[in-house]
Design a protein around this ligand. Structure first.
Ligand code: NAP
Length: 247
């Protein structure tokens, strides 16, 4: 069976990606940082509703040794690693006067260096992959990489970094491994629930998002499945935002 590792898959977008990949016939390693029971529930759901195997693998992506162990556990369990989805990430609403360099650095360590570390640890296994679509890495950027965000400058910076890392790795790892990114718009998850009022959500539905609804984690699961299978696409960032950003 082909296998994938999805980081930050205990909830939100990562969970939807893990469930989409399992529905499509991939065994899935469900990485998480602290939500043991939520990650176990994702594993149980996959094993109950599909014919695939799943494994919960704890690791803080900002800890390179833990990342190595997490990748090794996934390969030991499934025998191969064919796709990696670097989804784990944090956000923090803070204007610059209240934002410390330490907070800025911590966020970059998780969102950018963590993505780099997971890809680096997975690289030898992806190189050994024999899936017909070819192995791939999919990184989570954001619409805010293009627009910037006055209330979260470190987050927007990290998501610009993801696009640069995606293109660099696409150049470096081709032709063997494709590397792409997804830039979601507003997706309803714990991350956005924590910072967005119901009024603000309604305004987005009515005035801001041309398709007239907020994004669902499953919208990103479908985008990740497309990039996983799109054997002529690499170095790209796929915008999935209901039309909120058009070029
Ligand atoms: P979420 O609901 O907050 O879930 C975050 C997930 O990442 C959880 O599974 C969490 O694990 C995990 N995680 C956080 N820090 C981690 C770390 N250091 N090591 C390993 N896992 C870690 O977030 P989300 O909204 O689904 O977002 C997922 C990704 O999409 C992020 O990269 C985010 O920046 C990006 N994104 C989201 C939106 C949006 O509108 N929601 C828009 C654009 C981009 P625990 O549960 O164990 O803490």
């Amino acid at each position: 069976m082909p296998a994938a590792l999805v980081t930050g898959a205990s909830r939100g977008i990562g969970r939807a990606v893990a469930e989409q990949f399992a529905a499509d016939g991939y065994d899935v390693a469900v990485n998480y940082r602290s939500s043991d029971s939520a990650a176990r529930e994702v594993v149980d759901t996959i094993e109950r509703e599909t014919d695939q195997s799943a494994l919960a693998v704890q690791a803080d992506v900002a800890d390179p040794d833990a990342v190595e162990a997490c990748v090794d556990d996934a390969v030991d369990a499934f025998g191969s690693l064919d796709h990696v989805v670097n989804n784990a990430g944090i956000n923090q609403h803070r204007y610059t006067p209240e934002l410390s360099p330490e907070d800025f650095q911590r966020l970059l360590n998780i969102n950018v260096v963590g993505t780099f570390a997971v890809t680096k640890a997975a690289l030898p296994h992806l190189e050994d992959s024999s899936v017909s679509e070819g192995p791939s890495v999919i990184n989570l950027s954001s619409r805010l990489a293009y627009s910037g965000a006055d209330y979260e400058p470190h987050y927007a910076t990290s998501k610009v970094g993801i696009i640069g890392l995606t293109k660099s790795h696409a150049l470096e790892f081709g032709p063997t491994i494709r590397v792409n990114a997804i830039a979601p718009g507003f997706i309803e998850t714990d991350m956005t629930d924590a910072t967005t009022s119901e009024e603000a959500k309604e305004r987005k539905r009515q005035d801001v998002i041309p398709v007239g609804r907020l994004g669902k984690p499953e919208d990103i699961g479908q985008a990740a499945a497309y990039l996983r299978d799109a054997s002529f696409v690499t170095g790209e960032t796929l915008n999935v935002n209901g039309g909120q950003r058009m070029q």
